[in-house]
Each structure stands twice: as structure tokens, then as C-alpha cells.
Design a protein around this ligand. Structure first.
Ligand SMILES: [Zn+2]
Length: 387
């Protein structure tokens, strides 16, 4: 049997990775340079796929020869620590009670550290099919960074036959997740002095009616959809941001809403914006346009992350089940890059160390036990791929 990489090596690598502040808004190039250098030292060549502005990059590295192979995929970016109350510095890996604290430890530098620590193991075996290491950026902002890399699969980058996305699932096998759509709705009314509100169209008041309608539709969906594989078992819709007005004595001309739909893989996600548009056309715009012919309600899509729903006979799911010993799979309500891999023709599965409950939170941590489970998973994978 292949000996798994040690927790000591993994912890050292994780400390390095956590030390790079790769909040999505910042560059990840220092982290990528560190990974590339580490791979170089292990005689593994890698290819970078830079972002359009050159401030970020994804990394693709292959160990072993031949077609197909197994992709191990993680994102390098993490969410901001702004406004969060941390016990210790979020960018210094800190061990307390068998847990490793730091931003990204759980989501998902812990997985990347396990993969990197296992590189010597992958290198030591003669593999009958390759292992591909895939590290993306901007996952936390609509899975934007992996897309240019996916476009090159099967072109100048090898196409894996299955991809394991190591998001925190407590090493459970996840074969489905919801789709996320982010929308911006802009209400354009008409400005007026607040002493004469009747000659204006109050964009905030209109937006309030839209919020009410979004909540009404959300409640309707909650009452009709029911897929017990997801928690909650229905598609959710919620308004996250509202921005409008300039002063208390001015009838506001514009108001902007940002709202999000997290839909079940089986739901028709495009239905929500058209429902809202129909409501506006019927119940809001006629009144608004009596006062201001240019009044409008417009909704645009800002981000869309596809749902993930593995095929019943998915190789990726079967592999993760064999490696974890799981006899069942689950669905989750958070989105990952798995749906995009599937769209790119790579069967995917989500399985990685850490509990999603700690992701994005203050005092984010991954337990050492979870990292050990992931290291064993990767050692068993090596064994399975041995020629
Ligand atoms: Zn993540």
C-alpha cells in the first residue's frame, strides 16, 4: 500500500498557503508562484492560465503519462475577513485543539495542501493514468477564474476523465448542488421635490414592491418544490442588497436591488427574472409611466453558476465512493466548480476535507482528522492508479 503523505508536511504547506492573502479581490500570483516552485522542486512541470488583466492565474500540472486521468481541483481564492472577529490572525495558521485555524483552511487550501503534500507519492509510483492538479482563482466570485482554463481542456491542456473538486464536504461524496444566479434590478423613476411627490416616481417605493413580490414568489416556490436531497429542499430566492436615493427631501429617481436565486438542479432558473418582469409590466410600469414615460424596471444577470447533477453512472462519483467507502451520496445547497467541469465534458464529484459550516466564517478551521482522511483518500487513489 502507498503510505500517505504526513500531516506534518501538509501542515507546513497549509501554513504557507494560508500566509498568502488571496481574498478574491487580490492577486493570487504569489501563491501560484509558490505552488509552481514547489512542483518544480518535485520535477513536475505546470502551465499557468493568466486572467485577462494578468493579476491572477490558474495552474494546471500533470503527473504521469497517458490519456484521461484524474483531476484534483481546488480554488486558491478565499472570502474577505472584513468585519469578522477572529481569535488569531486569519493569515497565520494557528493550531488549537486538533484544529488548524486560518482563512481558507477549510475552503479550500486544506485540500490543496493535501494534494501538494501527496505529489512525492504520485511521483514515486508508475501510474497507469495521470493525476492532474488544477488550481483556479475567483471561485468565490461566480466561479469566474476556472472558465478560461476549462476552455483549453482537450486543446493544449489534457482533459481528465474524472475530476474531484475538493470543496469541504467532510469527505462525504456530493453528486449534486444547486445553481446560483445573481441579478441586478434597476428601477428608474422620476426625481421630484419631496413636497410634491405626486409629480415624481419614487424608485425606492417601486423597489419595495419588487422586494415584496420576490418574497412572495420565494414563499410560493418553498411551498411547491420538495427535493429532500437538498437543505432546504426547494429553490430559494432572496434580496441581498438595496441602494437608492440621495436625500430625505428628494423623491428618488433610481433604486437598485441585488438578489440571488439558488435553484434545484431540476428547476427552471430562468423563470424567476421573467416572472419579476411580468409582475413589473402588469402591476408597476403602467402607473409609473403615467407620470414618467421613461420610467423603467430592468433586470440583468450578473453571475450564473450552473447546477451540478452527476450522471447516474458517473465515473467520478463511483471513484469517490470507492475511495471513501461511502455507500451513499448527497446533494448540497452551495455551488462549486463541479457543474462547470461537467459542462466541459469532465465527469465531476465534490469531496474534500473540512465542514462547510466553518467556510467563510470567522475562526475558519479544518480539523487535523479531516486532513488525515483526505491524505488517506489520495494515497488510496495513488494505489488505484498504480500500473
Ligand atoms: Zn470553496
Amino acid at each position: 500500500m502507498a503510505e500517505s503523505a504526513t500531516i506534518k508536511e501538509t501542515q507546513e504547506l497549509l501554513a504557507k498557503l494560508v500566509g498568502f492573502d488571496t481574498t478574491s479581490a487580490k492577486s493570487n500570483l504569489d501563491l501560484i508562484a509558490f505552488v509552481q516552485d514547489y512542483l518544480d522542486r518535485n520535477a513536475v512541470a505546470s502551465t499557468l492560465v493568466p486572467s485577462a488583466d494578468g493579476q491572477k492565474a490558474s495552474l494546471y500540472a500533470t503527473i504521469g503519462d497517458g490519456k484521461g486521468g484524474i483531476g484534483l481541483s481546488g480554488h486558491s481564492d478565499c472570502v474577505p475577513v472584513t468585519g469578522q472577529n477572529w481569535t488569531s490572525d486569519p493569515f497565520t495558521l494557528t493550531k488549537r485543539d486538533g484544529k488548524l485555524y486560518g482563512r481558507g483552511t477549510c475552503d479550500m487550501k486544506g485540500f490543496i495542501a493535501c494534494v501538494l503534500a501527496s505529489v512525492p507519492l504520485f511521483k514515486a509510483q508508475e501510474l497507469k493514468e495521470p493525476v492532474h492538479i488544477i488550481i483556479s482563482y475567483d471561485e468565490e466570485v461566480g466561479c469566474a477564474g476556472v472558465r478560461p482554463l476549462l476552455a483549453r481542456l482537450g486543446e493544449d491542456l489534457p482533459q481528465p476523465r474524472a475530476v474531484i473538486v475538493g470543496e469541504p464536504t467532510s469527505m462525504r461524496v456530493i453528486d449534486g448542488h444547486k445553481r446560483i444566479d445573481v441579478y441586478r434590478t434597476t428601477v428608474t423613476g422620476k426625481e421630484a421635490h419631496s413636497s410634491l411627490p405626486a409629480i415624481g416616481v419614487n424608485a425606492i417605493s417601486v423597489a419595495a414592491k419588487l422586494v415584496d413580490e420576490i418574497d412572495r414568489v420565494a414563499a410560493e416556490i418553498a411551498a411547491t418544490e420538495n427535493d429532500p436531497r437538498y437543505e432546504p429542499p426547494y429553490s430559494t430566492v432572496s434580496v441581498g442588497m438595496i441602494d437608492g436615493g440621495t436625500a430625505p427631501n428628494i423623491v428618488p429617481k433610481t433604486c437598485e436591488l441585488r438578489w440571488q436565486v439558488r435553484s434545484l438542479p431540476s428547476a427552471d432558473a430562468d423563470e424567476f427574472p421573467s416572472k419579476l418582469a411580468a409582475f413589473a409590466a402588469k402591476s408597476l410600469l403602467p402607473e409609473m409611466r403615467k407620470v414618467a414615460p421613461a420610467a423603467n424596471v430592468e433586470t440583468e444577470s450578473q453571475t450564473s453558476v450552473p447546477a451540478f447533477s452527476a450522471a447516474p453512472q458517473s465515473d467520478a462519483v463511483a471513484l469517490a465512493m470507492a475511495l471513501t467507502g461511502a455507500n451513499r451520496t448527497s446533494g448540497v445547497s452551495y455551488a462549486t466548480e463541479a457543474g462547470l467541469f461537467e459542462q466541459a465534458g469532465c465527469p465531476a464529484v465534490v469531496c474534500g476535507p473540512g465542514d462547510i459550516a466553518q467556510a467563510h466564517a470567522a475562526d475558519e478551521f479544518v480539523s487535523i482528522a479531516q486532513l488525515e482522511a483526505c491524505l488517506k483518500f489520495l494515497a488510496d487513489l495513488t494505489e488505484r492508479l498504480r500500473a
